[in-house]
Design a protein around this ligand. Structure first.
Ligand SMILES: Nc1ncnc2c1ncn2[C@@H]1O[C@H](COP(=O)(O)OP(=O)(O)OP(=O)(O)O)[C@@H](O)[C@H]1O
Ligand SMILES: Cc1ncc(CO)c(N)n1
Length: 267
C-alpha cells in the first residue's frame, strides 16, 4: 500500500468554519497532508461565542478512532477540544500506543472567552495526557492553568515551557505569545534548547481559530517529516500569513484565511 503524508485531528467542531475540526481540515488540505478527523464534541458556535455544546459518547469517540487507526496510516496527529475526563480517558486509551508525533493544543477557552473544558479535566489533561505528547501548544491563559503560575513576561513564558517538559513530562512545549503585548513571540523548549519564533503583531481582531490553525499546520508539516523546530517555524509562517489575510466576517472575532499563502505567492 502506498503511504502518503496524512494527519489526524481529534477535536470539537465549529460550524462557522474558523476553528476546531473545520480549521484543522482546511489547514491539512492547504498544506497537502491528507486530512482525517475524529469529532469529540459538536459545538454550536460562531465568531461571537459558543451557543451550545453536545458531547459524543466515549464509545462513539473510541469507535471513530478505531475506524481510522485500523484502516489508514497517518504520520502525525493532534488533539484540540477534549471537554471532560471521560472524553480524555477514551482518547488516551486509543492513542497511548501510537508512535506517531502527537501535537496537543490544550484547548480550554474559546477566543470569545467561553469555556470549552470542565475544570476538573484540566488536572487530568496535565497528569494523564501531557506525558504522551511530542509537543504541547498552550496560549498564555492555558499555560497559567497548567503550571499554576502567573505568566507576565518572556522569562515567565520560558520558565513555564521548561516546567511543562521537566515537571509534567511533555515531549516539548511551545508557549504562544498571542495574548501578550508587542511582537507575537512564541517559545519552544524541546528538553535541550529554547527556540524563539517572532512575527510582527498584526493589528486585527480576527483571531478566531488562530491556535487551532497553528497546531494543525505543525501537525501537517510533521506528517511530512519536518523535525519539530522546522515544523514550528513553517507553522508560524503559515498562521502569520493566515492572520495577515484574515477575514472581517461575522459579528465577532473574524476567522483566519487558510489559503493566505497562495495570496502571498501570487503577489
Ligand atoms: N495579532 C497577531 N499578530 C500576529 N500573530 C499573532 C496575533 N495574534 C496571535 N498571533 C500568533 O498566532 C499564534 C496563535 O497564538 P494564540 O496565542 O493567539 O493562540 P490561541 O489563543 O490558542 O488561539 P485561539 O484563538 O484559537 O484560542 C501564535 O503564533 C501567536 O504568536
Ligand atoms: C471546537 C473548538 N476548538 C478550539 C477552539 C479555540 O479556538 C474553538 N473556538 N472551538
Amino acid at each position: 500500500m502506498k503511504s502518503i503524508p496524512a494527519s489526524l485531528t481529534i477535536a470539537g467542531t465549529d460550524p462557522s468554519g474558523g476553528a476546531g475540526i473545520q480549521a484543522d481540515l482546511k489547514t491539512f488540505q492547504e498544506l497537502q497532508s491528507y486530512g482525517m478527523s475524529v469529532i469529540t464534541s459538536i459545538v454550536a458556535q460562531n465568531t461571537t461565542g459558543v451557543q451550545d455544546v453536545q458531547h459524543l459518547s466515549e464509545s462513539m469517540i473510541k469507535q471513530q478512532l478505531e475506524s481510522v487507526i485500523s484502516d489508514i496510516p497517518f504520520q502525525a496527529f493532534k488533539t484540540g477540544m477534549l471537554a471532560n475526563i471521560d472524553i480524555m480517558n477514551a482518547v488516551g486509551e486509543k492513542i497511548s500506543g501510537l508512535e506517531t508525533p502527537y501535537i496537543m493544543d490544550p484547548v480550554m477557552v474559546a477566543a470569545s472567552g467561553d469555556p470549552l473544558i470542565s475544570e476538573d479535566a484540566q488536572t487530568y489533561l496535565r497528569d494523564q495526557l501531557l506525558p504522551l505528547t511530542t509537543v504541547i501548544t498552550p496560549n498564555i491563559p492555558e499555560t497559567e492553568v497548567i503550571t499554576g503560575k502567573t505568566v507576565e513576561t518572556s522569562e515567565d513564558m520560558q520558565q513555564a515551557a521548561k516546567q511543562m517538559v521537566h515537571e509534567y513530562g511533555a515531549g516539548a512545549a511551545l508557549v504562544k505569545g498571542g495574548h501578550m503585548q508587542g511582537k507575537a513571540v512564541d517559545f519552544l523548549y524541546d528538553g535541550n534548547q529554547m527556540h524563539t519564533f517572532t512575527a510582527d503583531r498584526i493589528d486585527t481582531t480576527n483571531t478566531h481559530g488562530t491556535g487551532c490553525t497553528y497546531s494543525a499546520a505543525i501537525t501537517a508539516y510533521m506528517s511530512q517529516g519536518y523535525p519539530l523546530p522546522e515544523a514550528v517555524q513553517k507553522g508560524k509562517d503559515y498562521v502569520t500569513a493566515a492572520i495577515r489575510h484574515s477575514f472581517s466576517i461575522g459579528y465577532g472575532s473574524g476567522p483566519t484565511n487558510h489559503w493566505a499563502q497562495r495570496e502571498e505567492k501570487v503577489k
